[in-house]
Write a protein that binds this ligand. Structure first.
Ligand code: SAH
Ligand code: SF4
Length: 360
């Protein structure tokens, strides 16, 4: 685990950061505007360390580095797909590895970030699920993926990051304190509009209710993957703890909170969850909460002998949903040539790192 004895400058939401810095500079007899200087270095200039805060006297930069930690990630691996998708593996200060993905599409640049190292949910179609849970990420370790990706995008001609999705490794609503703080940081600190940030969950009911209670209009994606409990249970073990009817109640609360958009993610696996009889139940779940349905071809993983549904089947599903009045889109899989299926690049990096001492 990272150092928790000192406040981490990247983890503190703006109000708490301001208060901590004010206290710090006051105790050192420094003028109060120093706190604002540090804040601008963090949120606007994305300074990679206190040493870069060059309008502070050297002794004050040293004092910041001594009194606070700074959980900035470094690049462990980067892979660029022929379609422009970029996958990063970041090394955190304790050596833990997490991944994020940049996905360009027209004027948009979407960052997909991780909320945990690994995942404890064990969904049977997901590479991260098979890899198991390592540890929680702090708010700073979530936000550092955004900071480092933004720096990388600027340096490599990708332009500004316009959208953020919590769809990398981990279940965000199983790491709620850090994820809530990271949402506040991205929105208030780094000025990313709430409606441009989507939290994806496999259905953690108390977490959905907490998100519904927030005043900001963060978006929610539910990884649905099956519209009936007995089938969903086969894919998503959490269905036993939070069955679909309870998840739907929570989604209604989210929808009724107003101005908040819900998306259903539906990964289509040949012969598993793509029977045409499932279109009716899926429409019945979607319409009351006005959910937008994303149909995604399953991305094969090494642990399962499954294939994506054929294109014709996916089209038939989409048309059936449209006929029933559901808003639906078919998503192409991006970055296949760089193992963009969640969890895979990290696995490869681990193998490479394990190999490297023997090779040298
Ligand atoms: N834990 C959260 C967010 C991370 S997973 C969640 O499950 O929602 C991000 C998305 O990738 C989820 O919708 C998940 O269902 C999907 N996914 C995981 N493995 C996949 C695979 N092999 N093929 C296609 N989509 C996959
Ligand atoms: Fe975890 Fe999401 Fe993968 Fe399920 S799909 S194992 S919740 S990362």
């Amino acid at each position: 685990m990272p150092d928790t004895s000192r406040h981490d400058l990247l983890s503190l939401p703006p109000d708490a950061l301001r208060a901590e810095l004010a206290r710090h500079f006051q105790s050192r007899g420094q003028p109060s505007y120093r706190a604002g200087q540090v804040e601008r270095w963090i949120f606007e200039a994305l300074a990679p360390s206190p040493a870069e805060m060059t309008d502070l006297p050297g002794v004050e930069r040293d004092a910041i580095a001594e009194n606070f930690s700074f959980a900035e990630a470094s690049e462990a691996n980067v892979a660029r797909s022929a379609d422009g998708t970029v996958k990063h593996v970041w090394r955190l200060v304790d050596g833990e590895l997490v991944e994020s993905v940049l996905i360009p599409r027209g004027e948009r640049l979407t960052l997909c970030l991780s909320s945990q190292a690994g995942c404890a949910m064990g969904c049977t179609f997901c590479a991260t699920g098979w890899g198991g849970f390592d540890r929680q990420l702090s708010a700073g370790e979530i936000v550092t993926q955004y900071r480092a990706s933004r720096r990388w995008a600027e340096a490599n001609g990708y332009g500004p990051i316009t959208n953020i999705v919590y769809m990398g490794m981990g279940e965000p609503l199983a790491n709620r304190a850090a994820v809530h703080a990271s949402l506040t940081l991205l929105n208030q600190g780094y000025a990313v509009g709430a409606r441009r940030i989507t939290v994806s969950t496999v259905g953690v009911v108390p977490g959905i209710l907490e998100l519904a209670a927030r005043p900001e209009q963060f978006r929610l994606a539910l990884s649905l993957h099956a519209p009936v409990s007995h089938l969903r249970r086969e894919l998503i073990p959490l269905e036993k703890r939070y069955p679909l009817p309870d998840v739907l109640d929570a989604l209604r609360a989210f929808d009724e909170a107003g101005g908040k958009r819900i998306t259903f993610e539906y990964t289509m696996i040949d012969g598993i969850n793509d029977a045409l009889e499932l279109i009716g139940p899926l429409a019945e779940l979607s319409l009351p909460v006005r959910a937008f349905v994303n149909l995604i071809p399953y991305n094969p993983i090494p642990y399962q002998d499954w294939r994506p549904s054929p294109a014709g089947r996916i089209r038939a599903f989409a048309e059936g949903l449209e006929r029933r009045g559901v808003a639906v889109a078919v998503r192409e899989t991006r970055g296949r040539d760089i193992d963009a299926a969640c969890g895979q690049l990290r696995a490869h990096t681990l193998v490479q790192l394990e190999k490297s001492p023997a090779e040298t």
